[in-house]
Design a protein around this ligand. Structure first.
Ligand code: URA
Length: 434
């Protein structure tokens, strides 16, 4: 088989076979296929598309190019949750304890933040002592004893995806439905759970800018997961503005804890309860999605989710007392209050701009190797639909550096747009694809 023939076939709009797809995935992973040929193939795919069968073969080939987690040592159904990325999305840290408290096993491998989106692993590391790199046996033991564990995704999961994604990033071939689907799903399938609930974001702070595009991506991912034998569902949710009020690392853990105490913002609470409700249903601890929601809500308001969170933190060497004493988290030297220059209703607050402002505080990283400031970030005081008086607090910026805080504050101010009319309330969950 020759790579040149595969490129030509795709360039001419023909579908590739399973063998051809395995050939280029394995060849690119072992270095026998050079970047220039892979780049040409990616561009041919970009223009000619992959059909769903090709996407399935690509997903399986990339999954098999690295480690595939063996979770057979965990009793019961394992349910995973994955968000396509956003700003202020701390739902994993609320959803997983709500599910674990219902008896559903959550063995989760998460990523770090990059660019304007945050990552669960960085957020968890703001808890003093917390360990995100458990070896496999301890990961499985923790899920068995505590019902949940969250660790950093191994560097060896879907090895081919890592290489291909880096090439897509520099060849303008990221935003292609077949390539995104196979990239996300290869990692999810390699993570070994029985059921996967996806949260596909749409809006300014997401890959997919409209509910229609997000729905198409959700349908593709659900279909590929089902073909691989998984129980699947995808929520399509709003990311036009940040989720919740806190954006950062320790700032988001604190909001997750407040939510588990029943004192969280309305959007975070609603989305967490509904995602957890679906996972409890998928994990066969509820007879329906509606019953799952009831169980999740009960676990949130009776404190059993919070108790589970504390158990999980302790099991991974973190200090569980952070739930009662937020001063145990890393703090910030600079606290900058951003006041409004005008009165009116908040009309726009693009998640992407808020995410970039948070990155400027030091809470995010521009390159993979950058360190993050675990105490830095933003707490919003006003979101879309809120009325603000001139001089009233819009948001607070936290950073170790005066200069970074000032730059972040300036960017944050550009994010807010106002109107005299009260804007319509945004819909949080557009649809569930199953
Ligand atoms: N996230 C991924 O992991 N892969 C993509 O292709 C896009 C977003």
């Amino acid at each position: 088989m020759l790579m040149k023939d595969i490129i030509e076939k795709k360039r001419n709009g023909e579908a590739l076979s399973k063998e051809e797809i395995e050939f280029f995935v394995n060849g690119y992973t072992d270095g026998s296929i050079p970047d220039y040929q892979m780049a040409a193939l990616l561009m041919a795919v970009y223009f000619q598309q992959l059909n769903k069968t090709e996407t399935f073969y690509l997903t399986e080939a990339m999954k098999n190019s690295g480690d595939v987690a063996d979770l057979s040592g965990i009793e019961g159904k394992k349910v995973d949750k994955h968000s396509t990325g956003g700003v202020g999305d701390k739902t994993t840290l609320i959803v997983a304890p709500l599910c674990a408290a219902a008896g559903v096993r959550v063995a989760k491998m998460s990523g770090r933040g990059l660019g304007f989106t945050g990552g669960t692993v960085d957020k968890m590391e703001s808890i003093p002592g917390f360990c995100t790199s458990l070896e496999t046996k301890r990961f499985i033991d923790t899920v068995n004893s505590c019902g949940m564990s969250v660790i950093g995704q191994s560097a060896h999961i879907a090895a081919a995806d890592k290489l291909i994604y880096a090439l897509r990033d520099v060849t303008a071939t990221v935003d292609n439905i077949g390539l995104i689907t196979s990239s996300v799903m290869s990692k999810k399938l390699a993570s070994g759970s029985d059921a996967i609930v996806l949260d596909v974001k749409c809006g300014s702070g997401a890959f997919m800018k409209t509910p229609e595009d997000a729905e198409t991506l959700a349908e593709w991912m659900v279909e590929i997961g089902k073909r691989a034998g998984k129980s699947m569902a995808a929520f399509i949710t709003d990311m036009e503005q940040p989720l919740g009020l806190g954006v950062g690392n320790s700032i988001e853990i604190i909001e997750a804890i407040e939510t588990l105490k029943g004192k969280g913002p309305e959007d975070i609470t609603e989305l967490s309860v509904k995602l957890a409700g679906y996972m409890i249903f998928a994990g066969e601890k509820a007879g329906s999605y509606e019953e799952g929601i009831e169980i999740a809500r009960k676990n949130l308001y009776d404190g059993s989710g919070l108790k589970k969170f504390r158990e999980f933190v302790e099991a991974q060497d973190g200090n569980p007392d952070v739930t009662e004493d937020f001063s145990l988290f890393p703090g910030s030297k600079i606290v900058l209050e951003m006041k409004s220059d005008i009165s009116g209703y908040v009309k726009e607050l693009p998640a992407e701009t808020v995410g970039k402002a948070s990155q400027l505080t030091g809470a995010g990283r521009a390159r993979k190797e950058d360190a993050v400031d675990l105490g830095a970030g933003i707490v919003l005081n006003k979101k879309i639909g809120d009325y603000v008086n001139k001089g009233e607090l819009l948001a607070t910026v936290y950073s170790q550096s005066e200069e970074k805080a000032q730059k972040a504050g300036e960017m944050l101010k550009t994010a807010y747009a106002f109107s005299d009319e009260k804007p319509e309330k945004r819909q949080l969950i557009y649809r569930i694809v199953r």
